[in-house]
Ligand binder design. Structure first.
Ligand code: ZN
Length: 499
């Protein structure tokens, strides 16, 4: 095979795969947002058929030979093509190592586990879910041994989600988080609590929808490139840089919930809208990693969206929209309310300060599960013990405890740390951005575009061309350092709570 011909084959393959993924992605968005309830049966059948086609397209000897050939000529490829080959190899490495019958069995266990988890969560019945989780843990350990027999199984999975991260690195990371944040959270617990009661008055959904439009406008999101829908759990999906879809969930009694979902998901969308044009139908479009994606969503949500400058900018419009509910409330009171920190039970509702401790609980549990040091039967007790130790809260039931997240029921172990790393990346990026930009001044003047352009040049345009560790070096001129995150939180919350 000639190199030129091989590259052309790869690009054609990418183009076709992109088209299938586009079609399936739109169908998924449709079933979550617009399709009638009974559409799910037909949807599942069609998705199964399309998944089978894409599986056969990528998992076959001809494609393996093509990728192996290109890997052998990696030095002669341009950067984008070389990274496309690398990512394709990475994606196939696991599939190539699992015996076919085991893979089929895994898919069956996975769909069963997911259905049972939904029901178990509603009933708060962990015992119902436990046998399924046990099987998924066994699969995860076995698959890691197939794909990387030389590696510790948890290290294998951590690296899958955030390249370059191992337990060694993360143990050190979480040690710092624990040492820096647990005493701070305790001190804050002794201070008078910030009032956020007015955020829980009644805020009609139709008015909240208007607020979403306003927030997207302030963020500089081009609505011709980004739509917004409504779902039970907010998410972002994208098909190319001119077609992003975000969703939110409106709660009448909670103004901040949708407001920050929109800013968070808008941050994910902004990342992908900033990809360079050459990544149009490349598998390298999107974000560098889960952690880097989360760094951008949380950058907009917390570092911008929960800053004093941002609240001062948007508060007049919020008050104009809800004059009765916010009577007697000023921008400063609103700023304090949206930054109230309080140990709680549910990760997705956690505040900026306590968030990473929720992740730490999951990290410690996953580590033990992957090493066979924790029986799935004993998981709720361990979960509850860790919540008490780190957050000081008593877990009343498994629904708000170990059944709250969907990740394990989907067979994902090792994903959670990315959420925390994202916040830490963000704080480090902010510290360096502030050397070049008048961050607070730009926000106060509503010039968010300058901040987004900076992020585009340093992060967004690369998509997956650069790996997360490289992006941090490009952005900050140094390696990842979690101290920025601890310093940022300490300064912000000490001021908020008058420590
Ligand atoms: Zn997110």
């Amino acid at each position: 095979m000639e190199l030129k011909e091989a590259v052309a084959k790869l690009k054609e393959m990418n183009r076709v795969m992109h088209a299938y993924n586009h079609a399936m992605g739109v169908m998924y968005y449709d079933i979550e947002t617009a399709a009638p309830k009974n559409a799910t049966g037909g949807f599942s059948d069609t998705m199964a058929a399309l998944s089978e086609i894409t599986y056969k397209l990528s998992v076959n000897e001809e494609n393996f030979a093509l990728l192996d050939f290109l890997t052998g000529h990696a030095d002669e490829l341009d950067e984008i093509t070389r990274r496309e080959v690398e990512e394709a190899q990475k994606g196939l490495k696991l599939l190539r190592s699992i015996p076919m019958d085991e893979y089929i069995e895994y898919q069956r266990v996975l769909s069963e586990a997911s259905a049972v988890w939904h029901e178990a969560k509603v009933k708060s019945d962990y015992a119902m879910f436990e046998p399924h989780l046990k099987k998924l843990v066994e699969f995860a350990r076995r698959f890691a041994a197939y794909a990387a027999p030389e590696k510790d199984p948890y290290d294998y999975w951590l690296n899958e989600f955030e390249e370059g991260f191992t337990q060694d690195v993360l143990d050190g990371y979480f040690e710092k988080i624990k040492a820096g944040l647990v005493p701070l959270i305790h001190k804050i617990g002794e201070r008078p609590q910030l009032d956020n009661s007015f955020l829980h008055k009644t805020y009609p959904v139709w008015q909240q929808r208007k607020l979403s439009d306003f927030l997207m406008e302030v963020m500089g999101i081009n609505r011709d490139d980004c739509a917004i829908g409504e779902t039970e759990h907010p998410f972002t999906t994208g098909f190319n840089k001119h077609d992003l879809r975000i969703t939110t969930h409106y709660y009448e009694q909670d103004l901040a919930s949708s407001m920050y979902s929109v800013i968070h998901e808008g941050g994910h969308a902004t990342y992908e809208m900033g990809n360079s044009d050459e990544l149009w139908d490349s598998p390298l479009a999107g974000g560098a990693s889960c952690g880097m994606h989360e760094s951008q969503s949380r950058f907009y949500e917390n570092l911008i969206g929960r800053s004093r400058a941002f609240i001062e900018l948007v508060f007049p419009k919020i008050k104009e929209t809800f004059p009765e509910q916010l009577e007697g409330v000023d921008a400063e009171a609103f700023y304090l309310a949206v930054n109230r920190a309080e140990p709680s039970l549910v990760r997705t509702e956690a505040d900026e300060l306590t968030y990473s401790l929720h992740v730490l609980v999951r990290y410690e549990i996953e580590k033990k599960l992957m090493h066979g040091e924790l029986d799935t039967k004993d998981l709720p007790a361990e979960w509850n013990r860790l919540y008490k130790e780190y957050l000081g809260v008593d877990v009343p039931n498994d629904k708000e405890g170990c059944l709250q997240d969907s990740h394990w029921s989907g067979g994902s172990f090792g994903y959670f740390p990315s959420y925390s790393l994202g916040s830490a990346y963000g704080a480090q990026i902010l510290a360096h951005m502030k050397k070049e930009l008048d961050f607070d001044g730009l926000i106060a003047r509503g010039e968010m575009g300058v901040i987004t352009d900076w992020l585009r040049v340093h992060i967004h345009k690369y998509g997956m061309i650069k790996k997360p560790a490289e992006l941090i070096r490009i952005c900050c001129g140094e390696d990842f350092d979690p101290q920025y995150y601890i310093d940022y939180l300490t300064a912000k919350f000490s001021e908020l709570y008058g420590l």
